[in-house]
Design a binder for this molecule. Structure first.
Ligand SMILES: Cc1ncc(COP(=O)(O)O)c(C=O)c1O
Length: 382
C-alpha cells in the first residue's frame, strides 16, 4: 500500500538542486567570491581538479617529495596531482571510512611532505586528528574542500586551516563548473592573477554560450541530473570534460554561475540540507556511514552502506530516487583496489542519498520509507 502511494509521486528526487529563473537572470549583487571566501589569496579555476594541479605547483617542492593520500579517493584528485609532479603514497582506509591514526603515525614518512585531508561529503569528521597529525609530523596540509564549500569547523570556514585548499563549486551549488584554490601559507608561490582585480579572464564567450543552453535545458526539467549521472552533462554539454580538465589559469566563472551564486541564500541552503540529513539519520541509522553531524557541517549527501549496492541503487531509481556514489571502484586511482581490499569493499557498498536544499521534508521522508521497505523486504541489502 505504502509503495503504491509512493510510486504515484510525480517528482524525481534528483541528485542536485534545480535552478529557478530568479537565480539565473537577476543581476550581480556583489563579487561572488566575496560571499564565499574570506581570504585575499583565492584563485578561480574551471574545476577542483585544475585547482589541485596548481595547489601542488604552488608548493614548489623538490621532485620526489610525496603526498600522503587516503586510498579511498577519486582519481580526479590523484591524477592532477601526479600530472603536476607529485608522488603519491596511499594509506589504508577502514571499512567504515575512518583512518587508523596510529597506523598512519607508524608509516615511513621520510619522503612525505604533504598530507591531503578530504572533508568527505561536507563533514569535518576527524579533522582535529588531521591537524594534530600534520603538526606532529611537520607536514603541509592540503585541504580538499570539494564537498565542503559551506562547511565550518570551530566557527571557521574549512579551507582556512591548511597551507593550501581546493574547492569545487559545482558539487555544492547549482552551477556547472568552477574550482577554487586558496593559498594560506605565505611561503607558497602565487603566480596567479587576483580574481578581484581581473574579473573576466578566461574563454568567457565559449563558456557562456554553452552554459546558457545548458541552463535553459535545466530550467525546463527543473531538477538537475534527473536522467541520471554524468549522462546529462554529456548530452547537454559535450565539452564538459574539456572544461573540467582545462588547466589555464585563472578561469573566471561565467556570468550565469556568478549570478546564481550571488542570489543564493546560504543560510537557508545550510538549514535545509542539514535538516534533510537529520531526517535520513533518524530513519536510516543502521545503514548510515556517519554517526553524527557537527554544528558546522554542511553535507552534500547522506552516505549509506548496503550490500548489493548496484541492485539497491536500481531499486531506488525505480522509485524516482536518484542517488550518486562517492566513489565507485572505477573511479579509484590505479592499483588502489588491489592494494587495499577494505577500500574496494567500501567503494562497492557506499551510496550517497540526495539531501540538497530543493528537497523537502516530505521528499526525504518518502525516500526513507522506500528504503526502509526495501531493507525489510529484501534481507540481502542490509
Ligand atoms: C574529493 C574530491 N576532490 C576533487 C574532485 C574534483 O572536483 P571537480 O569535478 O570540480 O574537478 C572530486 C570529484 O570529482 C572529489 O570528489
Amino acid at each position: 500500500m505504502l509503495i503504491k502511494m509512493m510510486i504515484s509521486k510525480k517528482r524525481k528526487l534528483g541528485k542536485m538542486p534545480g535552478i529557478s529563473s530568479k537565480l539565473v537572470e537577476t543581476g550581480l549583487k556583489s563579487n561572488w567570491a566575496h560571499n564565499l571566501f574570506h581570504s585575499k589569496f583565492v584563485y578561480p579555476f574551471s574545476s577542483a581538479r585544475s585547482s589541485l594541479f596548481y595547489a601542488w605547483k604552488s608548493m614548489n617542492l623538490p621532485k620526489g617529495d610525496e603526498i600522503l593520500i587516503p586510498s579511498f579517493i577519486c582519481n580526479s584528485v590523484s591524477e592532477p596531482l601526479i600530472e603536476a609532479g607529485a608522488k603519491i603514497k596511499y594509506f589504508k582506509v577502514l571499512p567504515d571510512g575512518n583512518y587508523d591514526w596510529e597506523e598512519l603515525a607508524s608509516l615511513d614518512l621520510s619522503n612525505v611532505k604533504v598530507f591531503l585531508w578530504v572533508h568527505f561529503l561536507g563533514l569535518a569528521g576527524d579533522f582535529s586528528e588531521a591537524l594534530k597529525f600534520c603538526k606532529s609530523k611537520r607536514l603541509y596540509l592540503l585541504e580538499d574542500c570539494s564537498h565542503a564549500l559551506l562547511t565550518t569547523y570551530k566557527n571557521k570556514t574549512v579551507g582556512s586551516f591548511g597551507d593550501v585548499a581546493c574547492f569545487s563549486l559545482r558539487k555544492c551549488l547549482p552551477v556547472l563548473g568552477g574550482g577554487v584554490l586558496q593559498i594560506n601559507n605565505p611561503k607558497f608561490n602565487k603566480p596567479f592573477l587576483n580574481i578581484n582585480k581581473n574579473p573576466q579572464v578566461g574563454d568567457k564567450a565559449r563558456q557562456d554560450g554553452e552554459r546558457l543552453e545548458y541552463f535553459n535545458y535545466l530550467r525546463s526539467i527543473q531538477s538537475w541530473q534527473v536522467n541520471g549521472g554524468d549522462l546529462l552533462y554529456k548530452e547537454v554539454l559535450p565539452n564538459i570534460d574539456f572544461i573540467l580538465n582545462d588547466k589555464r589559469f585563472p578561469y573566471e566563472l561565467d556570468q550565469i554561475s556568478q549570478n546564481i551564486i550571488n542570489n543564493i541564500d546560504f543560510c537557508d541552503l545550510k538549514r535545509k540540507v542539514r535538516r534533510n540529513f537529520k531526517i535520513y539519520f533518524k530513519h536510516l541509522k543502521p545503514i548510515s556511514l556517519f554517526n553524527k553531524l557537527d554544528t558546522g557541517d554542511v553535507p552534500i549527501g547522506f552516505p549509506v552502506i548496503v550490500k548489493n549496492r548496484d541492485a539497491f541503487r536500481s531499486e531506488l531509481e525505480r522509485h524516482d530516487i536518484l542517488p550518486t556514489c562517492h566513489w565507485p571502484d572505477y573511479l579509484l586511482p590505479d592499483g588502489v583496489a588491489k592494494q587495499f581490499p577494505d577500500t574496494l569493499k567500501l567503494a562497492n557498498s557506499i551510496l550517497t542519498l540526495p539531501c540538497h536544499q530543493d528537497l523537502s521534508t516530505e521528499d526525504i521522508t518518502y525516500a526513507c520509507e522506500v528504503i526502509k521497505n526495501l531493507l525489510l523486504e529484501e534481507k540481502n541489502y542490509a
